[in-house]
Design a protein around this ligand. Structure first.
Ligand SMILES: Cc1ncc(C[n+]2csc(CCOP(=O)(O)OP(=O)(O)O)c2C)c(N)n1
Length: 640
């Protein structure tokens, strides 16, 4: 006899208040439906999959037990929050994830009151949750601050800064350590070893025993749970000395997929009179979806995929990704140069450092999510005569700005910064956009800042950086694939601070930095078609500026337009400052800057983002035409 299928539960759960009406024995079914819904949604949108699958039960249990949104739940990084979005009023929009106008791939305050804090850069959750907890304490509000932080994110210093400071929050602060023994890549360092020892220590205690041991620390509630059953406490052990030394009550490790364990343990934590409490939850990245469970990266981030087979939509192929051009070039250079080292902060494949590591494992360093340390570590290597490349995404290097200034630039140490994901990044949105690096680097004395126009130029710049020992040097390049130019057999040593003329014209000069060169060339063609002779220069360097070239072009052209994929304060600002300081603007020269707009651009299709930013060829043409129509007092003259 076949069983009658259970009535679906997820349809009745729009918000956590609906979830709390369910019986504990219904939560398993709900979790299964939630997992299936998430797989189906990400199959149609692409995005982060493995991390969300690993926290389905945790999501259900947290919202079931705690009083969200009054209790402030902060998901670290936020890439695992898709199940959370589905049961906090956003199920109807879940298939818009990461698309223009759709839901963000991370938590976002403007999206929902259940997202009390925007995340995307890792390891911020404990600090933020502590802020919520203390604010509530000061204001007499009842809510707690709850941080859910991964073992990867726990490798960053900021997490410890927060824990070190957390005691004052008492039982208002709860930290859930979501230990899936994975970062994007396998986790690195002493902490991951420590957590593994806690999990495998074998000191499993029954809940009665646990309650006795904890009685003095976590009063009454554990006794209550102990009366229910011992079962769910299997795997619950004493330990966590590190966290206890930092002032936390450590509970765990517990099985993060077993709702019979999770719910009562979290109830105890909720009702505990003392704190702060850290609950060590063991989960499996990709849980419940075979293709993800079997994948080496546990399907951390995926393209759209077929739910039945797990097969991801192939990307179009074509030219190599910039990150791989960098990684392979550096690996080749390191064959004959034993001083070259490569450092990544938990992004070996994203930065191409994996390619280097395959060839030179002893000189490749994954330091975990620790950008600040990565930079100062590189500074130490450089000070000792090595040639370190710190390969860090533009957006994550922001976190290490003081290290760049204080440890590298002031000491004029030759750290090479290979800065990936510079400029707009499409579906990941403004938290991941590399908008500011030209500004924050080119403002520093001693710093050299380059940007390749294509993948062949990236090869030259990698080589130039390797050979440059006079001080710090950075090169920034975008997400995605190159433009399809052939890669050079032998890299060229570029002259520092020298650009190149790509197209010689007369009236209009387009000064491009980076990969918008292709759009500058298209714009030049369009301008030529209108009878406007146009020069295009690829400046290669934002610092030092090729002042000789720039001055010459300014003296011989009527309109000069700078083009860069970076925020205000970058190339355009440097060119304008130079022109103004040298008096070149006095004679009525028309200078315009094309750059990213002064807004945080939302996630969208890259082409649309460039349109919004005004960085495509037609926008460049418009800018030139408008400049030509302006008279010397800045007033736009009527069209002829
Ligand atoms: C400051 C910073 N550096 C790097 C990243 C890129 N990144 C996103 S998720 C992730 C791994 C996080 O691992 P973990 O915290 O264990 O979460 P899991 O994905 O395993 O659930 C990394 C390195 C980031 N978001 N922020």
């Amino acid at each position: 006899m076949s069983e009658t299928p259970a009535t679906p539960l997820l349809d009745s759960v729009e918000y956590p208040s609906d979830l709390r009406k369910l019986r504990p024995d219904q939560l398993r079914q709900l979790a299964d439906e939630l997992r299936a819904e998430m797989i189906s949604a990400v199959g149609s949108t692409g995005g982060h999959l493995g991390s969300g699958l690993g926290v389905v039960e945790l999501t259900v249990a947290l919202h079931y037990v705690f009083n969200t949104p009054e209790d402030r739940l902060v998901w670290d990084v936020g890439h695992q929050a898709y199940p959370h979005k589905i049961i906090t009023g956003r199920r109807s929009r879940i298939r818009t994830l990461r698309q223009g106008g759709g839901l963000s791939g991370f938590t976002k305050r403007s999206e929902s009151e259940y997202d009390p804090f925007g995340t995307a850069h890792s390891s911020t959750s404990i600090s933020a949750a502590l802020g919520f907890a203390i604010a509530n304490k000061l204001n007499g509000n009842p809510g707690k601050g709850i941080a859910v932080i991964g073992d990867g994110a726990m490798s960053a210093g900021m997490a410890y800064e927060a824990m070190n400071n957390a005691e004052a929050a008492g039982n208002r602060l709860v930290v859930i350590l979501n230990d899936n023994d994975m970062s994007i890549a396998p986790p690195v360092g002493g902490l991951s070893g420590y957590l593994a020892r806690l999990v495998s220590s074998g000191q499993f205690l029954g809940l009665r025993e646990l309650a006795r041991k904890f009685a003095r620390k976590l009063p009454a509630p554990l006794h209550k749970a102990a009366r229910k059953t011992d079962e769910y406490a299997r795997g619950m052990a004493m330990g966590g000395t590190l966290f206890e030394e930092l002032g936390f009550y450590y509970v765990g490790p517990i099985d993060g997929h077993d709702l019979h364990q999770l719910v009562p343990v979290l109830e105890n934590v909720r009702d505990a009179a003392e704190g702060p409490i850290l609950v060590h939850v063991v989960t499996q990245k990709g849980k419940g979806y075979a293709p993800a469970e079997q994948a080496a990266d546990k399907y951390h981030g995926v393209q759209k995929f077929d739910v039945i087979t797990g097969e991801q939509k192939k990307s179009a192929g074509g030219p190599p990704a910039y990150q791989n051009v960098f990684g392979e070039t550096l690996a080749k250079l390191a064959e004959s140069d034993k001083r070259i080292c490569a450092i990544t902060a938990a992004m070996p494949s994203g930065t191409g450092v994996d390619k280097f590591a395959q060839a030179h494992p002893e000189r490749a360093f994954d330091v975990g999510i620790a950008e600040q340390h990565a930079v100062t570590f590189a500074a130490g290597l450089a000070a000792q005569g090595m040639r370190p490349f710190a390969a860090i995404y533009s957006t994550f290097l922001q976190r290490a700005f003081d290290q760049v200034v204080h440890d590298v630039a002031i000491q004029n140490l030759p750290v090479r910064f290979a800065i990936d994901r510079a400029g707009l990044v499409g579906a990941d949105g403004c938290t991941h956009a590399g908008s500011f690096d030209i500004t924050y680097l080119a403002t520093l004395p001693n710093m050299v800042v380059m940007s390749p126009a294509d993948e062949a130029e990236l090869v030259h710049m990698t080589y130039t950086a390797a050979e440059y020992d006079a001080g710090p040097i950075a090169f920034r390049y975008p997400r995605g694939n190159g433009v399809g130019v052939p890669l050079p057999e032998t890299p060229e040593l570029l002259e520092i601070g020298k650009g190149r003329i790509v197209k010689q014209g007369g009236k209009i000069a387009l000064l491009s930095l980076g990969t918008r060169l292709a759009e500058a060339m298209k714009a030049a063609d369009a301008l030529e078609a209108k009878g406007l002779s146009t020069t295009v220069a690829d400046l290669r360097f934002a610092k030092p500026l090729d002042t000789e070239l720039i001055e010459k072009l300014m003296r011989t052209h009527e309109v000069v337009v700078t083009i860069e994929e970076g925020a205000i304060g970058g190339l355009g600002a440097h060119v304008l400052t130079h022109a103004s300081d040298t008096g070149l603007t006095d004679a009525g020269l028309k200078i315009r800057t094309k750059r990213l707009p002064d807004i945080f651009q939302d996630h969208d299709d890259p082409a649309k983002q460039y349109d919004e930013a005004g960085l495509n060829a037609p926008h460049i043409v418009d800018t030139v035409l408008k400049a030509l129509r302006h008279n010397s007092t800045g007033v736009e003259e009527a069209r002829a």
